[in-house]
Design a protein around this ligand. Structure first.
Ligand code: PEP
Ligand code: MG
Length: 398
């Protein structure tokens, strides 16, 4: 048993220049872990509550840290997270803030792994975790809530399904990103960037489909393995009074479903995240029914990494994939429970960053430790490559 001795919280900057919560956790056996909370821009309405960083720190110092220090075994992640939940006392971490909760949860996991002297992915997943290395989904063109005057669809994602290794997949996404710059420049289109490092050019969605299709096909030919692409439509951001509002069009729900089905067929999309509103479980099921054999329909704002919402989606057949963002739910235990519930029901997990990120690499370990098939963590930019480079290190040692 290795008890937590000290927890220190501080404010640090995230990639948007906003303050976020960083936690340091130390243990009786000299173990140490540090982790920082990410932050979303296109947040789901059912996510756990993020408080202002200073307020979250003050409240966690008062209400949670006294119940953890000298009390909880850092090697027992379920016990750490149960203590956090009990100290908060709400279902959505509105007392201490999901940003304080997730930073402490992740830092404690690292301290637990350090105490035992094993890598975090091994601590989380154990010896028989499986041997999948996740395919990285790389955001290469984006707009929506992540960039002004760009595409309505939030993310166009390179999906290197044929890559023989993580290393080749990571390099393929970087190559697609670079090639898109060449294509944009050749047409004199400005190469602004959005919050996640994707190009955010002032083009419409139809043009972005063509450019990403061109770039992924060209790079696939160059590298000799299949690279498809996918989308995060973040459709709750487009949804107004029962319709989906684009710059150049307004679609009814039925038209939105037809549009997504058409794009899946026309471009062979490998992945479509949040194609419909975050409360439309039944309409999601209609779309999933039409395309489940061809693509992954992934719930981000729909499920918010919450097993109760995932259970509703399983019962209704709403999706065949779930996005996992630990800060949406507040603890690693809850995130891993959602991954496991998904796996038991043929729902594929995609472990994900947020648009506001830090150098923290926990999600790379969560993806490997849980044998997740995919990770979504950008393509370029230091806070994105931190996770990708950690995956390369893990691939080298696992
Ligand atoms: C990463 C995403 O963006 P955000 O963090 O802004 O929710 C997303 O929507 O999947
Ligand atoms: Mg999303």
């Amino acid at each position: 048993m290795t008890r937590i001795t000290d927890i220190t919280l501080r404010r640090v900057l995230d990639s948007r220049g906003n303050t976020t919560v960083e936690a340091d956790v130390s243990t009786t056996s000299g173990g140490f872990g540090r982790a920082a909370a990410p932050s979303g821009a296109s947040t789901g309405e059912h996510e756990a509550i993020e408080l202002d960083a200073a307020e979250a720190i003050e409240r966690a110092e008062e209400k949670a840290i006294p119940d953890l220090e000298s009390e909880v075994d850092a090697e027992n992640q379920r016990a750490v997270d149960a203590a956090l939940r009990e100290a908060d006392g709400t279902t959505n971490f509105s007392e201490i803030g999901a940003n304080s909760a997730v930073a402490i949860s992740m830092a404690a996991a690292k301290a637990g792994a350090d105490s035992i002297g094993i890598p975090l992915y091994h601590h989380l997943g154990g010896t028989f975790r499986g041997n999948t290395t996740p395919t990285p989904l790389g955001n290469v063109i984006g707009g929506g809530a992540h960039a002004a005057e760009a595409t309505n669809i939030q993310e166009f994602l390179s999906v290197p399904v044929g890559a023989p290794s993580v290393e080749e997949a990571v390099l393929a996404n970087a190559r697609v990103h670079a090639h898109i710059k060449e294509l944009l420049q050749a047409e004199g289109i400005p190469t602004n960037k959005g919050d996640e490092g994707a190009w955010a050019p002032p083009i419409d969605d139809a043009k972005a489909f063509d450019i990403v299709d061109d770039a992924t096909t060209t790079v696939a030919d160059e590298l000799g393995f299949e690279i498809g692409f996918g989308l995060d439509m973040a459709a709750s951001e487009l949804h107004e009074n029962g319709e989906y509002v684009y710059d150049d069009d307004v679609k009814s729900t039925a038209e939105q479903i037809d549009y997504v089905e058409e794009m899946v067929h026309e471009y062979g999309l490998k992945y479509v995240e949040d194609p419909l509103d975050e409360n439309a479980f039944g309409e999601w099921a209609e779309l999933t029914d039409r395309v489940r054999e061809e693509t992954l329909i992934c719930g981000d704002d729909l499920f918010v990494t919450n097993t109760s919402r995932l259970q509703e989606g399983i019962e209704k057949g709403s999706a065949n994939s779930i996005l996992i963002k630990p800060n949406q739910i507040g603890t690693l235990t809850d995130a891993i429970d959602a991954i496991e519930r998904g796996a038991e029901n043929d729902i594929e997990s995609v472990i994900s960053h947020r648009s506001g990120e830090t150098e923290d690499t926990t999600i790379a370990h969560v993806a490997v430790g849980t044998d997740a098939p995919f990770i979504k963590t950008g393509t370029v930019g230091g806070e994105r490559t931190a996770k990708l480079n950690e995956l390369l290190r893990i691939e080298g040692q696992a």
